[in-house]
Design a binder for this molecule. Structure first.
Ligand code: AMP
Length: 469
């Protein structure tokens, strides 16, 4: 039997059966390390990114330990919340809740998810019926606590997942309030892609003698990801992106940008270029975001243009490439971003477009990565007289150009047309005001009008994100 076979764990039959049905053959490193520890009831501080199998790493042993409470009574009193799983975003909460449902499907343990941007009533009804495992985003959970829909005095396990991002979003006060409602005697599991000083402080306040588990050193990037940094003036970034996509034959990619405005603009202009692109940011309604995600998963969209907050934790496997259209403001986001590709042993490509004003951000990134990054020049294929557009090192380290992308975007279009060699790169400029819905919005019709059994679109969600991304 292999060291990492699930059968080594002596999981209860209903859980082992669910795992087998999921088709998992062996445990991932975080599972092999965390499951035995969580089964002992100890607190855990885990450094692991999304995509490493960490949901199963905490939920399988939690479910196993909750089996002693399993019962088929219809009385809500017999189904108090025993485990609380907190996540920073709706998408992530929904994904984790779906996975937990699958792992628990042969048991009588109940689970549900609550997050903002949705009608509270159906969530309230589920909570009132009683659930052993509650998955939630902090803001909406507090609403339910205040409305007395969620009673947390019998919670035995708390999972703070993507804890670093929860702090980034500004959830610390909410987390502190939620934790104050919980019994002191409990097991707390904290997962974070990085162990920043803030995370360590959080852990010191709320975890007792935790076992630290690291599947890869924090702040390092997956070794299977081929990373390239290209020096590109702000004005040429879009063109560089298109060229790399075409040259590399990239079928799908995440494209990360730093601002909501930049995100919407870039997705629109890529669409005008004839690429199937969709924007995902905090100002999109929940419905739009889920449709975008669904269209991307179905392969109807090639480029998912996203801000960090919107993309955090999305469980999309095997994305062949990630583009950092903007160098991230927060260097740790670089690690999160490129974690979207090269997952579970598959190799991936991460391309960062570095513009002349990015020298400070690059210096921060190099500090985090603890290495000097090689910046390569881009050689454009088309007719532009410059040929080689710049000298990579000089361009980004120099101070010569430091304009805001939004302002540049405004003055960059339309481009002067010159003898087209590659029609792909020379689509005529179209008026910026697009009345009709983009193709993905018109086409993406999830079965039954819903993306997930848990999600019924209700209203705009922007205000529920506590930061501008
Ligand atoms: P997570 O990091 O929890 O978001 O998991 C990423 C993906 O890996 C999910 O789609 C899981 O279903 C999948 N997964 C989790 N554990 C395993 C495993 N042991 N073998 C294969 N796939 C897994």
């Amino acid at each position: 039997m292999s060291e990492s076979a699930f059968s080594k764990l002596s999981l209860a039959e209903p859980l082992a059966r669910a795992v087998a049905e999921m088709g998992y053959e062996s445990m991932t490193p975080i599972q092999a390390q965390a499951i035995p520890v969580v089964l002992t009831g100890k607190d855990v501080m885990g450094a692991a990114q999304t995509g490493t199998g960490k949901t199963a790493a905490f939920s399988l042993p939690l479910l196993q330990r909750l089996l002693k409470h399993e019962n088929s009574s219809t009385s809500p009193a017999r189904h108090p919340v025993r485990a609380l799983v907190l996540l920073p975003t709706r998408e992530l909460a929904d994904q984790v809740a779906q996975q937990i449902k699958l792992y628990a499907k042969h048991t009588n343990l109940r689970s549900t998810v609550v997050f903002g941007g949705m009608d509270m009533k159906p969530q309230t009804a589920e909570l009132k019926r009683g659930v052993e495992v509650l998955v939630a985003t902090p803001g909406r959970l507090l609403d339910h606590i205040e409305a007395k829909n969620a009673v947390l005095n019998q919670v035995e396990y708390v999972v703070l997942d993507e804890a670093d991002r929860m702090l980034d979003i500004g959830f610390l006060p909410d987390l502190q309030r939620i934790l104050s409602y919980l019994p002191k005697q409990r097991t707390t599991l904290l997962f974070s892609a990085t162990f920043s000083p803030e995370i360590k402080r959080l852990a010191a306040s709320y975890l007792q003698d935790p076992v630290t588990i690291e599947v890869s050193r924090p702040n390092t990037t997956a070794s299977t990801v081929e990373q390239h940094f290209y020096s590109v003036p702000e004005d040429d970034k879009r063109r560089a992106l298109r060229q790399i996509v075409r040259q590399r034959g990239i079928s799908q990619a995440f494209v990360f940008v730093n601002s909501k405005l930049g995100c919407a603009r870039l997705a629109r202009s890529l669409e005008r270029d004839g690429l199937k692109a969709v924007a995902m940011h905090g100002d999109k309604s929940q419905d739009e975001r889920l449709k975008a995600l669904d269209a991307f998963k179905k392969g109807e969209v090639d480029l998912l243009v996203a801000t960090d907050v919107a993309a955090r934790g999305l469980d999309i496997k095997d994305v062949p490439a990630v583009f950092n259209f903007d160098v991230p403001f927060n260097p740790e986001d670089y690690v999160h971003r490129i974690g979207r590709t090269g997952r579970a042993g598959a190799s991936g490509l991460a391309v960062t477009l570095v513009s002349p004003g990015d020298h400070r951000l690059m210096a921060d990134l190099e500090k985090l990565l603890k290495r000097k990054v090689e910046i390569e020049p881009v050689e454009f294929e088309d007719e532009r007289p410059r040929g080689r557009i710049n000298d990579g090192r000089r361009a980004w380290r120099g101070q010569e150009e430091d304009e805001r992308p939004a302002r540049q975007e405004a003055r960059r279009e339309p481009r002067p047309a010159s003898a087209p060699r590659d029609p792909f790169f020379d689509q005529p400029y179209e008026a910026p005001a697009r009345e009709e819905a983009p193709a993905w919005e018109a086409n993406a019709k999830p079965a039954g009008g819903r993306i997930s059994a848990n999600i019924k679109p209700k209203r705009k969600v922007a205000a529920l994100f506590k930061s501008t991304d």
